[in-house]
Design a protein around this ligand. Structure first.
Ligand code: UDP
Length: 488
């Protein structure tokens, strides 16, 4: 009798950024032909995907694909945003973990269709319980981290930072250098460390979760990173000392585009957004001069105060540049953001500004009128910007964004880092610097990096070869149900 076909279950962290990149991986695996792929999301996310995207009709072209869902243990009206994300992690551990176990043991994915048993799990590495469950049942498990490798390396070094007495901080000087992260000794400061290091509380639940991460991830059969070797080569060598079986297959969104183009398949997928996209901004962009607009967006989770909103508004308007700004309805704490903007302020930006609640970001960044990106430095946003060769101004919010912005400004020279300030004069100056004064310099480095990103996902690129190796390993792991040898 022929063995059952390999069946990969992909379990992303239930947030917009991770879903975006892991759904792209799911499609890349479907394109390999013989794999069954179950994309497991929470009931909450499933509802949003079905409401805002054409996921079901689009993926019906892949007979091996299935969308399944599981409870995240939270009430439907929970915001699943900002500070309240800790509650989501707790609920996933308490409620979702046993359900996930039951699902794998019974083979019942709840989607109604008959599926072969799961032979390999690919889960977000921060969901440590997925590794526990897969190991207990004897299913091979590969982790995927959708955050930046530079952040991941800092996380792996947390025990060293504690041992060296560099965290908790001994005083309030956030510019003090950090020396215990190999490869970053020359430029890392306290303010560039993950935001949760600032609390000084090493017993904090978030801190403890990340402290465990290197131990958890190194138990998996491999680690997939959404990055490419030319961007972070030296750091990746450090990560390999703990996770030798590393698959750098990014940028995933570009990888999928390239693969679909090679196979001559159109992508009619609307998007992976859980929110209604306002596509009118593309028409507005069509009417703007070539490379004249700065796109402003702080992702799906960051929030700001009304005062910060006003600083941004004044800074952007006073810069004299055109801007397209994504202000999510839930992005300003407390009040509706429109109540902060007077008629006079609106007048000041008339004709030069366009505001939407959610944009088709990948299309915006590839638009010929877009010259720069004011970003919170979420990892997907950075990769999307790098791929399109768009320089950035960084205003990081939390988690990996503090170190990502340091890399953008200091290591890759792809833009300016504005972290820890929100002042209209600084904003105005940075926008002018990026759009005018230092424009050539940033455009040159952005073009160079965009070319490297494109090469990495081309037919003979390193990310492409790594994806092929991942698919081969998934097949052989599925057959063996056991560990594989690391490539080194
Ligand atoms: N995004 C989008 N429209 C918007 C803002 C964001 O489609 O108006 C997408 C963006 O392209 C990216 C994701 O949402 O893929 C945000 O992920 P990221 O890692 O940048 O930040 P997060 O939202 O996780 O903080």
């Amino acid at each position: 009798m022929d063995p059952e076909p390999p069946h990969v279950l992909i379990f992303p962290l239930p947030l917009q950024g991770p879903i975006n990149s892991m759904l792209k991986l799911a499609e890349l695996l479907c394109l390999s032909g013989d794999l069954h792929v179950t994309f497991l999301v929470t009931d909450h996310i499933r509802g949003r995907l079905l409401h805002h995207t054409n996921i079901q009709t689009y993926f019906s072209r892949y007979p091996g694909f299935d969308l399944a869902s599981i409870s995240d243990g939270l009430p439907e009206n929970h915001p699943r945003l900002g500070d309240q994300l800790t509650e989501m992690f707790d609920a996933l551990e308490a409620v979702t973990k046993p359900l996930f176990r039951e699902m794998l043991v019974s083979g019942e994915m709840g989607s109604g269709s008959r599926r072969p048993p799961v032979t390999c799990v690919i889960a977000d590495g921060i969901l440590g319980f997925t590794i526990d469950v897969a190991k207990e049942i004897g299913i091979p498990v590969i982790c995927l981290r959708t955050i930046s490798p530079c952040f991941l390396w800092i996380i792996f070094c947390l025990p060293k930072l504690i041992e060296a007495g560099e965290i908790p901080f001994k005083d309030n000087d956030l510019d003090a250098p950090i020396k215990s992260v190999p490869g970053m000794e020359d430029f890392l400061r306290r303010r560039d460390l993950p935001s949760f290091c600032r609390s000084g509380n090493l017993t904090d639940r978030i801190f403890k979760r990340y402290l465990m991460e290197s131990k958890q991830v190194s138990r998996a059969d491999g680690l997939i990173l959404n990055s490419f070797e030319d961007l972070e080569g030296p750091l990746l060598s450090h990560i390999r000392t703990l996770c030798p079986n590393l698959y750098t297959i990014g940028p995933l969104h570009a990888h999928l585009k390239s693969r679909l183009a090679i196979q001559n398949l159109p992508s009619s997928f609307s998007s992976t957004s859980f929110r209604k996209e306002d596509r009118s901004c593309l028409e507005w962009l069509d009417q703007q001069p070539y490379k004249s607009v700065i796109y402003v967006s702080f992702g799906s989770l960051a929030t700001m105060t009304g005062d910060q909103l006003m600083e941004f508004w004044h800074g952007l308007v006073n810069s004299g540049e055109r801007f397209l700004w994504v202000i999510r309805p839930d992005s300003v704490v407390g009040k509706n953001w429109e109540s902060y903007i007077s008629e006079e302020l609106r007048e000041g930006s008339k004709g030069r500004a366009y505001i939407v609640g959610w944009a088709p970001q990948e299309e915006v960044l590839s638009h010929k009128s877009v010259a720069a990106f004011f970003t919170h430095c979420g990892w997907n946003s950075i990769l999307e910007s790098i791929y399109e060769g768009v320089p950035m101004i960084c205003w990081p919010y939390f988690v990996d964004q503090q170190v990502n912005s340091r890399f953008v400004g200091e290591v890759w020279k792809l833009g300016l880092d504005m972290k820890d300030t929100c002042d209209r004069f600084v904003i105005e100056k940075m926008v002018r610097d990026l759009m005018e004064e230092r424009r050539d310099e940033f455009e040159r480095s952005a073009d160079h990096m965009a070319n490297l990103a494109r090469q990495s996902v081309s037919e003979d690129g390193v990310s492409r070869r790594n994806l092929d190796r991942l698919i081969e390993d998934v097949r052989s792991l599925s057959l063996q149900g056991s560990h594989i040898q690391s490539p080194n």
